[in-house]
Design a protein around this ligand. Structure first.
Ligand code: PDD
Length: 277
C-alpha cells in the first residue's frame, strides 16, 4: 500500500528513514490514529487539533498546515485497499547527531500510513472483553500522544500475559485510562468519565461518547472514579478509535456485574454505530 513520507507518496517497502532519526533514537515525536469509515476520516479536525496539542507539548513546529494534513490523509485513504481504515500518522524531531538537546535546525520526519480497520467483531461486542488492573506508572504528560510508548507497551503486555484485552490503570487509587484506551464506568445507572487532565489522553472517542450521552439524555457525569467504584461497577467500557466502545465483562478474573455487557452499553453501542456513519 501507499504511504506518505516527507512530501512523497511511495510503497511502504520503499519508505525508509535514517537511523539517527530522533524518533528512533529518543522516541522524540508524536502520533495520531484516525479512523476512516467508507473512506471518510472520522473527526479529522478534532484529531488534527489534538496533534497540534501534542506538538505544542513537545515544542515541535507543525510541519504541515491543516489543509495539507487533510489533503495527504485523504490521498492515503483513497489509495488504500479497504473502505474502513485506521490512519496512522507520526511526526518526529527528525534526523540529527545524537544529543538530547534539540537540534539547531529541525527537519521533521512526517509519516502517514493506512491499515485496514478491524473494529470489534460481533462476538467480542456480545461477550465483552477481560481486563486486568495495574498501577499507572507513566509520566505526568499523558495528555501528549507521544510515540515513546514503552510504559504503555509494558502495561498492555500484562493484559496479554493474563489472556486479557486491556490493562486498566489506577493512579493514587483513581482510574485514569487504559494502556491504549479511555475507560468509562457505569454506577447507579450513571455513566462516569474521569475528567481530562495531564494524567490521561483526551480521547476523540471519549468526546464522542460523552456527546452521544448528552444528545440521547443518558445520565452521565465527568468526575474522578475511585478504585472501589471501578471494582463495584455495573458496567465498564473501553473506548478508542480502533476499539470504538467495548464492554469489559471481567476485571482481574472476576465478572463485572453478571459478566455480560450491560443495558447502557447496548444503548451506547447502537448510538455509536449510527453516529459514526
Ligand atoms: N490509542 N488513551 C490512550 C493511552 C490511547 O493510546 C488511546 C488511543 C486512547 C483513545 O483515544 P482515541 O479515542 O482518540 O483513539 C486513550 C490509539 C488507538 C493507538 O495508540 O493505537
Amino acid at each position: 500500500s501507499i504511504v506518505y513520507l516527507n512530501g512523497e507518496y511511495l510503497p511502504l517497502e520503499e519508505a525508509k528513514i535514517p537511523v539517527l532519526d530522533r524518533g528512533f533514537i529518543f522516541g522524540d515525536g508524536v502520533y495520531e490514529v484516525i479512523p476512516v469509515y467508507d473512506r471518510r476520516p472520522f473527526r479529522l479536525a478534532e484529531h488534527l487539533r489534538r496533534l497540534q496539542h501534542s506538538l505544542d507539548g513537545i515544542r515541535l513546529a507543525n510541519p504541515l498546515t491543516e489543509a495539507e494534513w487533510s489533503e495527504c490523509i485523504t490521498h492515503i485513504a483513497e489509495a488504500a485497499e479497504t473502505e474502513d481504515q485506521g490512519i496512522y500518522l507520526q511526526v518526529t524531531r527528525g534526523p540529527a547527531p545524537r544529543d538530547h538537546a534539540f537540534p539547531k535546525v529541525v527537519r521533521q520526519t512526517v509519516f502517514i500510513m493506512s491499515t485496514p480497520l478491524t473494529t470489534p467483531p460481533r462476538e467480542l461486542v456480545e461477550q465483552g472483553v477481560s481486563a486486568v488492573t495495574a498501577v499507572d506508572n507513566r509520566w505526568l504528560r499523558c495528555d501528549i500522544k507521544a510515540i515513546a510508548l514503552l510504559p504503555n507497551v509494558l502495561l498492555r503486555q500484562l493484559a496479554v500475559d493474563a489472556g486479557c484485552a486491556e490493562t486498566i490503570l489506577l493512579r493514587d487509587g483513581f482510574l485514569t485510562e487504559g494502556a491504549a484506551s479511555n475507560v468509562f464506568v457505569v454506577r447507579d445507572g450513571v455513566i462516569l468519565a474521569p475528567p481530562k487532565s495531564n494524567l490521561m489522553l483526551p480521547g476523540i472517542t471519549y468526546d464522542v461518547v460523552l456527546e452521544i450521552a448528552a444528545n440521547q439524555g443518558f445520565a452521565h457525569a465527568v468526575r474522578q472514579v475511585s478504585e472501589a467504584e471501578l471494582r463495584g461497577a455495573e458496567e465498564i467500557w473501553l473506548t478508542s478509535s480502533t476499539k470504538e466502545v467495548t464492554a469489559v465483562t471481567r476485571l482481574d478474573g472476576r465478572p463485572v456485574a453478571d459478566g455480560r455487557p450491560g443495558p447502557l452499553f447496548w444503548k451506547m453501542h447502537a448510538a455509536y454505530q449510527a453516529f459514526k456513519q
